[in-house]
Design a protein around this ligand. Structure first.
Ligand SMILES: Nc1ncnc2c1ncn2[C@@H]1O[C@H](COP(=O)(O)OP(=O)(O)OP(=O)(O)O)[C@@H](O)[C@H]1O
Length: 299
């Protein structure tokens, strides 16, 4: 019997990439002896969660998110805790979870992985009950998400320009971190909560994060001047941030953060809002994903 697979395509993701007609590509490359495909397009933000959740209830084996991290997050939250596996055809600009899982950025290659892949369970997380699968954070990274969300311009270059501009006016705030029975009162430029190793675009905020270990990798950056920020940025792209004296790491199942001043927060790069209190938790192995056979065994 063929495996039922539902493709959920976000027509507005990856606007800067243009060009690729995903249904045509699937017609050419998907192994239809193995898969029985159905293709749907999202009509509004949040629609992907509804479609994915209905597919899981109907017993569809695989739901494939065709889009960026926002689409992957929406589909994954509809599948968490079910037997239906997530697949990813990356079409966004960051593609953090796909990159972490070794899914190729080239869509044809990604379809080939799907043809030969197997399900493998990964951890799922929440920040104040908002699910995330890659990274969440409070402080500067969330501030950048909020500015980026409000902008009509997209692309890596816009993003880098925005980060530079915002860096010079952003002020760290005091917070209390509670984790592993300990309490830490500190200035926070960023507190990143990593399930996967990267934000996306191969920016490795927690290079040693294991997505199947039942633990969050927490990265605390207390404050940064320009010289230190250049070091951190270099560490992000060379996977060496953990050796920086300006980035501290903790592993935990749960973390509570409280502050007097509100912090902005994001989940999988999507700006969510502001709060003075954060509860970040992990649900071990709560999401099945289709990965290359080797990745499932070793990754
Ligand atoms: N039909 C639609 N119309 C408008 N917005 C949509 C639609 N379908 C999904 N969305 C929203 O589009 C947003 C962006 O999607 P996504 O993150 O996948 O693409 P991206 O921003 O290009 O990629 P990346 O996050 O990697 O930069 C998501 O927040 C999602 O809720």
């Amino acid at each position: 019997m063929r495996t039922q697979i539902k493709f959920i395509i976000n027509p507005v993701s990856g606007r800067t990439k243009g060009g690729v007609n995903v249904p045509d590509l699937l017609n050419q490359l998907l192994d239809t002896e193995q898969y029985e495909p159905e293709i749907v397009f999202t009509r509004y933000a949040g629609h992907a969660t509804e479609i994915a959740s209905q597919a899981a209830t109907a017993g569809v084996s695989v739901v494939c998110a065709v889009g960026g991290d926002g689409t992957v997050n929406e589909v994954a939250r509809g599948l968490m805790g079910t037997q239906t596996a997530l697949a990813i055809l990356p079409k966004g600009s960051g593609n953090g979870l796909a990159r972490h899982l070794g899914i190729p950025m080239n869509l044809s290659h990604a379809i080939n992985i799907l043809n030969q892949g197997e399900p493998s369970a990964i951890d799922a997380c929440t920040i104040n009950n908002h699910p995330f699968f890659c990274t969440a954070g409070i402080g500067f990274d969330a501030h950048v998400s909020s500015v980026f969300a409000a902008s009509t311009r997209r692309g890596l270059q816009t993003y880098v320009q925005m980060v530079l501009r915002e860096f010079f006016t952003f002020q760290p705030q005091k917070a209390i971190l509670r984790l592993n029975g300990e309490q830490l009162e500190t200035q926070c430029f960023v507190v990143a909560f990593a399930n996967a190793s990267q934000y996306g675009n191969n920016a490795y905020i927690a290079p040693m994060a294991d997505i199947r270990d039942g633990l969050l990798d927490v990265c605390l950056i207390r404050h940064l001047n320009l010289r230190k920020a250049i070091g951190i940025s270099y560490g992000l792209i060379t996977k060496q941030i953990a050796t920086s004296p300006d980035a501290e790491y903790f592993r935990t199942r749960e973390i509570l953060v409280t502050s007097e001043h509100a912090f902005k927060f994001h989940a999988d790069g999507e700006y969510i809002g502001e709060s003075t209190s954060f509860n970040v938790q992990i649900s071990p192995l709560a999401l099945r994903v289709i990965v290359a056979r080797e990745e499932g065994r070793n990754g």
